[in-house]
Design a protein around this ligand. Structure first.
Ligand SMILES: Nc1ncnc2c1ncn2[C@@H]1O[C@H](COP(=O)(O)OP(=O)(O)OP(=O)(O)O)[C@@H](O)[C@H]1O
Ligand SMILES: [Mg+2]
Length: 427
């Protein structure tokens, strides 16, 4: 096996760390050859709060995937979320130098679009082109080769807190592998779950994880809004634990096996036996009480999503409705309640299958890591030669990359710079 054609997606989530190893075939087909999942103990609401525990979880997940794939892992594309992520739209304009627009003009206009003032403790993670305008022509995805005098770029910029990005990169690199790229998690989940048509028509991806709910709004094939909401599946579990005065693991079991956010979907009078806190006796709980607790949290979450849609004036842009993914989307009744509150179609988004994907992987909780793998494969096409350059598995960074000062801040700078090559893939 040519290990140069091995690519890896690594999702460091609040509840689990998941590694997927893929093999790129000569026909560019991607095959999953290794999977490793391990519970995550060092994160809270998507951000690292304990370095040692996070490193151990990543190590365990990498080891499992490494054993299954039978290959060495040297680097991975990693996902990022957390409430420190903030994104906004921006634009830039440049005069066209020659008669035809070149890659250099596109680079310049993207540079102009990203020239916005951001706080010194934040860094730009992504600058994602939405559309280009050449003179009076709008809606252009790739302006190279077109003629004009004025080139305008509209972009979506994603920023994150430098210390929190550094913590994640540090945890990954302490396991001995390289964090080759950092990708916003809902962007990766979109890649795994949404169809081309949905992105064109307008759709809201809602990835309900353990600690956060990550949003990506697409229209005309472009990302027009992204947001991280600090509410996830764990909040549903905590609510149950507090309301029923039961241990967290018992609350998790009830949520998964008996929970629903709609009391109407349940046999109203049915009861279940729950284990109390240590030293207390098991007791009987009515299922409708469980649904009431979970339903209140779901309503809160959908209210935040609805507020976002209103605030960003997205209502007319999302004819494709809402696609719920992430492990938290599996709580029964969520799509129905979502449809009622959001007044748009709402469905569960499962990862679209590709080579080697098993039934187990076709679970919404693997959307992010599968998307990370797909993104990594797009950046690293199949390499047939044996004498390939030693840094072929790294994306081409631009001028900043030539700086050999490898501080973490520089790494983040490089990662953000790499987006030009990354997002050419989107179009
Ligand atoms: N079958 C199920 N029914 C209900 N909830 C489920 C089910 N399976 C998983 N969950 C919930 O999904 C959540 C974890 O989802 P996921 O694995 O997508 O999160 P994560 O990626 O680790 O976290 P995050 O993305 O927030 O960092 C947990 O709260 C878990 O209870
Ligand atoms: Mg996740």
């Amino acid at each position: 096996m040519n290990e140069k054609n091995i690519i890896v997606g690594l999702d460091v989530g609040t509840t689990k760390v998941c590694t997927i190893v893929g093999l790129q075939h000569p026909n560019q087909e991607l095959e999953i050859i290794g999977i490793g999942t391990h519970p995550s103990y060092g994160l809270k609401k998507g951000s690292v709060v304990n370095i040692d525990k996070t490193v151990r979880s990543i190590q365990a997940s990498l080891e499992e995937a490494r054993l299954m794939a039978g290959v060495n892992i040297v680097g991975a594309t990693i996902g990022i979320a957390g409430s420190h992520i903030y994104s906004f739209n921006s634009s830039g304009v440049v005069a066209i130098k020659g008669k035809e627009i070149t890659q250099d003009d596109v680079d310049r206009v993207l540079e102009a679009a990203r020239a916005v003032v951001i706080p010194s403790d934040r860094d730009i993670l992504h600058v994602i082109p939405q559309e280009f305008r050449v003179d009076n022509t709008t809606g252009i995805k790739n302006p190279i080769g077109m003629c004009g005098v004025r080139l305008e770029a509209h972009v979506h910029i994603v920023t994150g807190s430098i210390p929190l990005i550094q913590n994640l990169v540090k945890c990954v690199e302490q396991t001995g592998i390289e964090a080759e790229h950092i990708t916003l998690q809902p962007l990766a989940s979109s890649e795994a779950v949404l169809s081309y048509e949905e992105k064109e028509l307008g759709v809201v991806l809602v990835d309900i994880g353990g600690g956060t709910t990550d949003i990506a709004v697409w229209k005309d094939g472009s990302l027009i809004h992204s947001q991280i909401i600090p509410i996830g599946g764990n909040h549903f579990t905590n609510d149950l634990a507090v309301a029923l005065k039961i241990p967290h693991n018992e609350a998790e079991r009830i949520k998964i096996n008996h929970g629903s956010v709609l009391a109407e979907q349940l046999n109203q009078s049915a009861h279940i036996t729950v284990q109390g806190l240590s030293g207390t006796k098991p007791c009987e709980v009515q299922l409708s009480v469980v649904a009431e607790v979970l339903g209140a949290r779901a309503e809160e979450l959908f209210d935040v999503v609805r507020y976002m849609v209103e605030e960003k004036k997205l209502h007319d842009q999302i004819a494709g409705g809402f696609v719920l993914t992430g492990g938290g989307a599996l709580i029964k009744g969520l799509p129905e309640l979502g449809e009622y509150i959001l007044m748009r179609s709402c469905k569960i988004g499962y990862p679209i299958p590709f080579g080697g994907m098993t039934n187990i992987m076709q679970n919404p909780k693997y959307s992010t890591v599968l998307g990370l793998l797909i993104e990594a494969s797009k950046r690293k096409p199949y390499t047939p030669t044996q004498n390939q350059s030693s840094n072929n598995h790294r994306v081409m960074f631009n001028s900043k990359d030539k700086d050999s000062n490898h501080s973490n801040t520089d790494l983040i700078g490089k990662l953000s710079e790499s987006l030009k090559s990354v997002f050419k893939e989107i179009f």
